[in-house]
Design a protein around this ligand. Structure first.
Ligand code: ZN
Length: 285
Protein backbone atom coordinates (compact mmCIF):
# COMPACT_ATOMS: atom_id res chain seq x y z
CA UNK A 1 0.00 0.00 0.00
CA UNK A 2 1.27 3.39 -0.88
CA UNK A 3 -0.19 6.33 0.98
CA UNK A 4 2.30 8.91 -0.14
CA UNK A 5 0.08 10.79 -2.51
CA UNK A 6 -2.75 11.09 -0.04
CA UNK A 7 -1.53 12.99 2.95
CA UNK A 8 -2.88 11.91 6.28
CA UNK A 9 -4.80 9.04 4.72
CA UNK A 10 -4.19 6.89 7.77
CA UNK A 11 -6.14 9.41 9.78
CA UNK A 12 -8.77 9.84 7.15
CA UNK A 13 -9.63 6.14 6.84
CA UNK A 14 -10.44 6.22 10.54
CA UNK A 15 -12.36 9.46 10.07
CA UNK A 16 -10.03 11.21 12.51
CA UNK A 17 -7.95 14.38 12.50
CA UNK A 18 -4.16 14.44 13.01
CA UNK A 19 -4.47 15.69 16.59
CA UNK A 20 -6.52 12.68 17.74
CA UNK A 21 -5.54 10.57 20.75
CA UNK A 22 -4.57 6.90 20.80
CA UNK A 23 -7.94 6.17 22.42
CA UNK A 24 -9.69 7.82 19.49
CA UNK A 25 -7.71 5.58 17.14
CA UNK A 26 -8.65 2.40 19.03
CA UNK A 27 -12.31 3.37 19.18
CA UNK A 28 -12.55 4.20 15.50
CA UNK A 29 -10.55 1.14 14.54
CA UNK A 30 -13.08 -1.12 16.29
CA UNK A 31 -15.99 0.69 14.72
CA UNK A 32 -14.54 0.68 11.20
CA UNK A 33 -13.30 -2.89 11.22
CA UNK A 34 -16.78 -4.12 12.12
CA UNK A 35 -18.02 -2.43 8.95
CA UNK A 36 -15.24 -3.53 6.61
CA UNK A 37 -14.24 -6.96 7.84
CA UNK A 38 -14.06 -9.23 4.76
CA UNK A 39 -16.12 -11.91 6.52
CA UNK A 40 -18.98 -9.49 6.90
CA UNK A 41 -18.55 -7.18 3.98
CA UNK A 42 -18.44 -8.80 0.56
CA UNK A 43 -18.41 -5.52 -1.34
CA UNK A 44 -15.66 -4.78 -3.79
CA UNK A 45 -13.02 -2.71 -2.04
CA UNK A 46 -13.87 -3.83 1.48
CA UNK A 47 -10.66 -5.85 1.73
CA UNK A 48 -8.52 -2.89 0.71
CA UNK A 49 -10.32 -0.67 3.16
CA UNK A 50 -9.90 -3.25 5.88
CA UNK A 51 -6.16 -3.36 5.19
CA UNK A 52 -5.92 0.41 5.34
CA UNK A 53 -7.75 0.49 8.65
CA UNK A 54 -5.38 -2.15 10.00
CA UNK A 55 -2.37 -0.18 8.82
CA UNK A 56 -3.79 3.00 10.35
CA UNK A 57 -4.28 1.26 13.68
CA UNK A 58 -0.79 -0.22 13.60
CA UNK A 59 0.94 3.09 12.85
CA UNK A 60 -1.16 5.51 14.87
CA UNK A 61 -1.08 3.55 18.11
CA UNK A 62 2.71 3.22 18.02
CA UNK A 63 4.48 6.36 19.23
CA UNK A 64 7.58 5.93 17.06
CA UNK A 65 5.78 4.90 13.90
CA UNK A 66 3.23 7.65 14.30
CA UNK A 67 5.94 10.27 14.79
CA UNK A 68 7.73 9.08 11.66
CA UNK A 69 4.51 9.05 9.66
CA UNK A 70 3.52 12.49 10.96
CA UNK A 71 6.88 14.01 10.01
CA UNK A 72 6.71 12.45 6.55
CA UNK A 73 3.25 13.93 6.17
CA UNK A 74 4.20 17.46 6.99
CA UNK A 75 4.00 17.83 10.75
CA UNK A 76 6.15 20.87 11.58
CA UNK A 77 9.01 20.36 13.95
CA UNK A 78 9.82 22.29 17.06
CA UNK A 79 12.64 24.75 16.56
CA UNK A 80 15.27 25.19 19.21
CA UNK A 81 16.81 28.65 19.08
CA UNK A 82 19.85 29.69 21.08
CA UNK A 83 20.03 33.44 20.91
CA UNK A 84 23.08 35.17 22.32
CA UNK A 85 22.04 37.42 25.16
CA UNK A 86 23.94 40.63 24.74
CA UNK A 87 24.69 43.17 27.42
CA UNK A 88 22.39 45.54 25.63
CA UNK A 89 19.56 43.01 25.85
CA UNK A 90 20.24 42.59 29.55
CA UNK A 91 20.35 46.33 30.06
CA UNK A 92 17.11 46.91 28.19
CA UNK A 93 15.63 43.75 29.72
CA UNK A 94 14.24 42.80 26.38
CA UNK A 95 15.67 40.45 23.82
CA UNK A 96 14.72 40.91 20.22
CA UNK A 97 15.38 37.88 18.11
CA UNK A 98 14.38 36.57 14.71
CA UNK A 99 13.74 32.88 14.17
CA UNK A 100 13.41 31.21 10.82
CA UNK A 101 10.95 28.39 11.07
CA UNK A 102 8.65 26.16 9.16
CA UNK A 103 5.08 27.11 9.56
CA UNK A 104 1.88 25.71 8.18
CA UNK A 105 0.86 27.24 4.90
CA UNK A 106 -2.05 29.56 5.59
CA UNK A 107 -3.72 28.71 2.30
CA UNK A 108 -3.80 24.94 2.46
CA UNK A 109 -3.31 24.60 6.22
CA UNK A 110 -0.59 22.02 5.79
CA UNK A 111 -2.46 19.73 3.42
CA UNK A 112 -0.49 20.80 0.34
CA UNK A 113 -3.76 21.04 -1.57
CA UNK A 114 -6.18 23.77 -2.32
CA UNK A 115 -8.62 24.33 0.52
CA UNK A 116 -11.20 21.62 0.86
CA UNK A 117 -14.72 22.79 0.40
CA UNK A 118 -17.65 21.42 2.24
CA UNK A 119 -19.92 20.79 -0.75
CA UNK A 120 -19.00 19.64 -4.20
CA UNK A 121 -21.00 22.44 -5.82
CA UNK A 122 -18.60 24.90 -4.20
CA UNK A 123 -15.83 23.83 -6.51
CA UNK A 124 -16.94 26.31 -9.14
CA UNK A 125 -17.86 26.07 -12.76
CA UNK A 126 -14.37 25.55 -14.20
CA UNK A 127 -13.57 22.47 -12.18
CA UNK A 128 -14.82 18.99 -12.60
CA UNK A 129 -15.65 16.44 -10.01
CA UNK A 130 -17.00 12.98 -9.79
CA UNK A 131 -19.43 11.67 -7.28
CA UNK A 132 -19.42 7.94 -7.48
CA UNK A 133 -21.87 5.56 -6.01
CA UNK A 134 -19.52 3.55 -3.88
CA UNK A 135 -19.34 -0.19 -3.52
CA UNK A 136 -20.88 -0.03 -0.09
CA UNK A 137 -23.77 2.07 -1.25
CA UNK A 138 -22.37 5.26 0.21
CA UNK A 139 -21.46 8.19 -1.94
CA UNK A 140 -17.83 8.95 -2.32
CA UNK A 141 -16.38 12.25 -3.35
CA UNK A 142 -13.09 11.82 -5.16
CA UNK A 143 -11.21 14.82 -3.91
CA UNK A 144 -7.57 13.95 -4.50
CA UNK A 145 -7.50 14.26 -8.26
CA UNK A 146 -10.44 16.51 -8.94
CA UNK A 147 -11.82 19.73 -7.65
CA UNK A 148 -8.83 21.23 -5.89
CA UNK A 149 -5.34 19.94 -6.68
CA UNK A 150 -2.10 21.44 -5.48
CA UNK A 151 -1.89 24.50 -3.26
CA UNK A 152 -1.36 27.70 -5.27
CA UNK A 153 0.68 29.55 -2.65
CA UNK A 154 4.11 29.99 -4.29
CA UNK A 155 5.87 29.86 -0.91
CA UNK A 156 4.20 26.62 -0.02
CA UNK A 157 6.22 23.46 -0.16
CA UNK A 158 4.49 20.34 1.03
CA UNK A 159 1.97 22.32 3.02
CA UNK A 160 4.58 24.33 4.84
CA UNK A 161 6.28 27.60 4.24
CA UNK A 162 9.39 29.12 5.67
CA UNK A 163 8.91 32.37 7.45
CA UNK A 164 10.74 34.69 9.78
CA UNK A 165 9.15 35.35 13.12
CA UNK A 166 10.20 38.10 15.46
CA UNK A 167 10.14 37.42 19.16
CA UNK A 168 10.46 39.91 21.98
CA UNK A 169 11.47 38.19 25.17
CA UNK A 170 11.25 39.95 28.49
CA UNK A 171 14.34 39.26 30.50
CA UNK A 172 13.63 39.15 34.19
CA UNK A 173 16.73 37.37 35.38
CA UNK A 174 19.83 39.28 34.48
CA UNK A 175 21.95 36.18 34.82
CA UNK A 176 19.69 34.00 32.69
CA UNK A 177 21.01 30.81 34.17
CA UNK A 178 19.69 27.82 32.23
CA UNK A 179 16.88 29.90 30.91
CA UNK A 180 14.32 28.13 28.75
CA UNK A 181 11.35 29.81 27.16
CA UNK A 182 8.84 27.96 25.00
CA UNK A 183 6.58 29.75 22.60
CA UNK A 184 3.62 27.64 21.64
CA UNK A 185 2.72 28.29 18.07
CA UNK A 186 -0.73 26.82 17.68
CA UNK A 187 -3.23 29.50 16.77
CA UNK A 188 -6.69 28.00 16.54
CA UNK A 189 -8.90 26.14 18.95
CA UNK A 190 -8.01 22.46 18.95
CA UNK A 191 -11.51 21.29 18.12
CA UNK A 192 -11.49 23.11 14.78
CA UNK A 193 -8.28 21.59 13.57
CA UNK A 194 -8.14 18.95 10.95
CA UNK A 195 -4.52 19.85 10.29
CA UNK A 196 -1.28 20.04 12.18
CA UNK A 197 -0.40 22.66 14.66
CA UNK A 198 2.76 24.62 14.00
CA UNK A 199 5.79 23.48 15.90
CA UNK A 200 6.88 25.27 19.03
CA UNK A 201 9.81 27.63 19.23
CA UNK A 202 11.98 26.88 22.22
CA UNK A 203 14.59 29.38 23.33
CA UNK A 204 17.57 28.18 25.26
CA UNK A 205 19.65 30.79 26.98
CA UNK A 206 23.22 30.48 28.00
CA UNK A 207 25.04 32.78 30.34
CA UNK A 208 27.15 34.56 27.78
CA UNK A 209 26.97 37.98 29.29
CA UNK A 210 30.54 38.73 30.15
CA UNK A 211 32.97 40.17 27.75
CA UNK A 212 36.32 41.82 28.17
CA UNK A 213 34.92 45.29 27.95
CA UNK A 214 32.47 45.14 30.82
CA UNK A 215 33.10 43.00 33.87
CA UNK A 216 30.60 42.11 36.53
CA UNK A 217 31.47 43.20 40.04
CA UNK A 218 28.73 41.76 42.23
CA UNK A 219 25.61 43.64 41.26
CA UNK A 220 27.62 46.27 39.46
CA UNK A 221 29.27 46.66 36.10
CA UNK A 222 32.86 47.64 35.72
CA UNK A 223 33.82 49.35 32.54
CA UNK A 224 37.55 49.56 31.99
CA UNK A 225 38.76 52.62 30.15
CA UNK A 226 42.31 53.41 29.30
CA UNK A 227 43.99 56.56 28.13
CA UNK A 228 47.35 56.92 26.55
CA UNK A 229 49.51 59.07 28.72
CA UNK A 230 50.28 62.30 26.93
CA UNK A 231 47.31 62.03 24.54
CA UNK A 232 44.95 63.96 26.76
CA UNK A 233 45.24 67.13 28.76
CA UNK A 234 43.64 67.53 32.19
CA UNK A 235 41.06 68.15 33.34
CA UNK A 236 39.69 65.85 30.64
CA UNK A 237 35.98 65.43 29.95
CA UNK A 238 34.53 62.49 28.12
CA UNK A 239 31.19 60.81 27.63
CA UNK A 240 29.59 57.40 27.57
CA UNK A 241 26.37 56.56 25.80
CA UNK A 242 24.08 54.17 27.66
CA UNK A 243 22.24 51.41 25.84
CA UNK A 244 19.07 53.46 25.96
CA UNK A 245 20.82 56.39 24.31
CA UNK A 246 21.53 58.77 27.18
CA UNK A 247 24.90 60.43 27.55
CA UNK A 248 26.82 60.20 30.78
CA UNK A 249 29.55 62.77 31.16
CA UNK A 250 32.56 62.51 33.41
CA UNK A 251 35.67 64.50 34.16
CA UNK A 252 39.13 63.22 35.03
CA UNK A 253 41.24 65.65 36.99
CA UNK A 254 44.69 64.18 36.56
CA UNK A 255 46.60 61.18 35.34
CA UNK A 256 46.19 59.13 38.51
CA UNK A 257 44.14 55.95 38.06
CA UNK A 258 40.61 56.51 39.36
CA UNK A 259 37.09 55.12 39.40
CA UNK A 260 33.97 57.09 38.53
CA UNK A 261 30.63 55.53 39.49
CA UNK A 262 27.13 56.16 38.20
CA UNK A 263 24.48 54.75 40.54
CA UNK A 264 21.53 52.95 38.97
CA UNK A 265 23.09 52.89 35.48
CA UNK A 266 24.27 49.30 35.44
CA UNK A 267 22.40 46.12 34.63
CA UNK A 268 19.17 45.39 36.48
CA UNK A 269 19.67 43.74 39.84
CA UNK A 270 18.09 40.33 40.13
CA UNK A 271 14.88 40.37 42.16
CA UNK A 272 14.86 44.16 42.36
CA UNK A 273 13.63 47.05 40.29
CA UNK A 274 16.97 48.80 40.81
CA UNK A 275 20.01 48.71 38.63
CA UNK A 276 23.53 48.30 39.79
CA UNK A 277 26.25 50.90 39.53
CA UNK A 278 28.12 51.53 36.34
CA UNK A 279 31.73 51.98 37.36
CA UNK A 280 34.40 53.38 35.08
CA UNK A 281 37.80 52.08 35.97
CA UNK A 282 40.16 54.58 34.43
CA UNK A 283 43.76 53.73 33.84
CA UNK A 284 46.52 55.55 32.08
CA UNK A 285 49.02 53.68 30.05
ZN1 ZN B 1 -0.09 25.52 0.83
Amino acid sequence: MDFQDDKLELYRVLELGPNCTVDDVRKQYKKQSLIYHPDKNKNRGATVMFQKIGKAHEVLTNVEKREKYDRANGKPEDIIAKPVVTLMALYMQILYTVVRRDTLCKVCKGTGQLPKRKNFWDYGSNTSFNVNSNWDGRFEKREGSVGHGKCKNINCSYGREEKFDVFYIKITDRRLKEGLVVFKCGNEPRSNRDFWENGNVIFQFDDQTNNDYIKRLGDHDLLVSGFMRGNVSFPYTFGHTTYDGRHLRMEIKDSKPCQISFPNEGLPIEGSTNRGMLIFDIKHE
